[in-house]
Design a protein around this ligand. Structure first.
Ligand SMILES: Cc1ncc(COP(=O)(O)O)c(C=O)c1O
Length: 464
């Protein structure tokens, strides 16, 4: 299928406008060798490059002139849709007004305003915000804050972190240490953080395949924390870090009661609970944060991606006021916390963030995600009888279709499906192993949901 000029729906205003005409295929002619691409099969990509040259609302324009439906919000981040005018305008104004301001010992109004705006939408009690530039940095910041907090509280022996198998917390040494993706750790195993233990993954295909929303079985996976506590002593543990819904390892929705159990165990032993909400933040589940959706409030929340609608890199770590106050109060030095980035609270990122939060509010996009969630669930689960499908998972506007691996080669069928979606069906999906993951912009409509599912089905019917 190849599209030319056509009409597409724009943001929640639902006006219609023509997309930019396709570019001539020759319009983009770039040398490919110098760039070492991240998390990419470089040789495979460079043999048949998939180049995006423009975007608007729900679609990318490719270098060969096609309009590709974006079923992953870029990379789980463009929650309000692409190139939205209020964000573009804010960024353009900001870059022409205050290009950069030092973040150390100096400030600028926008970063304070954005921190306040975030505090206003976070769960009650989490109202102190530290800025960084990515999810990975937000996670490393959270881990450092946890250690600083326990030193400030006079419990410096609390140095152990508990992460989870199949957890993804970015690629800093802190993040890969608490993360549980074997391939992300393999080459660096000799130098990971020393005091880390992992909970088991909650993924349980045998009992929970094709669950709609939260799976029924598996709250007891949280009891592994009790075992770790019994083993090392609760007073040695600084923090437990989990994604409320694990995204990057294939959309693993927490079993009913699981997060509640983790919270209760942390409370019983005074352990900080960190939710990594880099994917689940900003409306993905129909509430501002997963903490509000699940009604389980952690002590620290990390965020990135949707904070600026993906426009400008930014991360943030929000903490309970008591955590912040303990670190600030305990310090006898001028600087209370020896941590920060040149671009913490960069003025342009802050402008993008403020415009993004306003756009989410103006268009009611989180509510929109909540009301579309049942439509999304029905559409996705209709793929149950498609070839190769062994599980379907969903919550809010996120979902996954897991395929049976091709004999002996984990990931081959998944990659084939993702590449064919792009070339043959003008559809951008994400693949992890043999799982196709979906997290469309929250401006998606029912027609586009149906298009995603129809296109995926056609690919599954074609591939070996
Ligand atoms: C839960 C989670 N944490 C951290 C990260 C890392 O974010 P970044 O790639 O911005 O460093 C990601 C990225 O996908 C993520 O999903």
């Amino acid at each position: 299928m190849r599209h030319g000029l056509r009409l597409v729906a724009t943001g929640a205003g639902r006006t219609f406008e023509a997309m930019a005409p396709p570019l001539a295929p020759a319009a983009v002619d770039v040398p490919l060798d110098a760039l070492w691409m991240p998390f990419t099969a470089n040789k495979h990509f460079k043999a048949e490059p998939r180049l995006l040259v423009a975007a608007r609302d729900m679609h990318y324009t490719t270098a060969d002139g096609r309009h590709v439906l974006d079923a992953v919000a870029g990379l789980w981040c463009v929650n309000a849709g692409h190139c939205r005018a209020p964000i573009v305008d804010a960024v353009q104004r900001a870059v022409a007004t205050l290009d950069f301001a030092p973040a150390f010992q100096m400030g600028h109004p926008q970063s304070f305003k954005l921190a306040s705006a975030l505090a206003g939408m976070l769960p009650d009690g989490l109202d102190r915000v530290f800025f960084s530039n990515s999810g990975s940095e937000a996670v490393d910041t959270a881990l450092k804050i946890a250690l600083a907090y326990w030193r400030a509280r006079g419990e410096p022996e609390r140095t152990l972190f508990v992460g989870r198998q199949r957890g993804y917390h970015g690629v800093g040494f802190g993040g890969i240490s608490v993360g549980g993706m074997p391939l992300n750790r393999e080459a660096f195993a000799a130098q990971l953080l020393p005091h880390v233990q992992h909970l088991p993954s909650t993924h349980d295909l045998a009992r929970n395949a094709f669950s709609r929303g939260q799976p029924v079985h598996g709250a007891e996976f949280a009891d592994a924390l009790e075992t770790i506590i019994a083993d090392v002593g609760g007073a040695r543990i600084a923090a437990v870090i989990v994604e409320p819904v694990a995204g990057s390892t294939g959309v693993l929705v927490p079993p009913v009661g699981y997060l509640e159990r983790l919270r209760a165990l942390c409370d019983a032993h005074g352990i900080l609970l960190i939710f990594d909400e880099v994917i689940t933040g900003f409306g993905r589940l129909g509430a501002p944060f997963a903490a509000q959706h699940f009604k389980v409030v952690p002590d620290i929340i990390t965020m990135a991606k949707g904070i600026t609608n993906g426009t400008i890199p930014m991360g943030a770590t929000a903490v309970r006021r008591a955590v912040h106050d303990a670190v600030i109060a305990a310090s006898e030095r001028g600087i209370e916390f020896f941590h920060g980035y040149t671009y913490s609270g960069h003025p342009i990122a802050c402008a993008a963030g403020l415009a993004t939060l306003q756009l989410y509010r103006d268009e009611g996009l989180f509510q929109r995600a909540a009301s579309l969630a049942p439509v999304w669930a029905n559409a996705l689960h209709a793929l149950r009888d498609a070839p190769h499908v062994i599980d379907i998972r969903n919550l809010g506007l996120v979902g996954a279709v897991e395929l049976a691996p091709r004999d002996g080669t984990v990931g081959a069928r998944g990659l084939d499906a993702m590449v064919r979606c792009y070339w043959e069906e003008d559809l951008l999906v994400r693949v992890t192993g043999d799982t196709l993951a979906f997290s469309p912009p929250l401006i998606i409509d029912e027609t586009e949901i149906a298009q995603i599912v129809a296109r995926v089905r056609r690919v599954l019917e074609r591939i070996a």
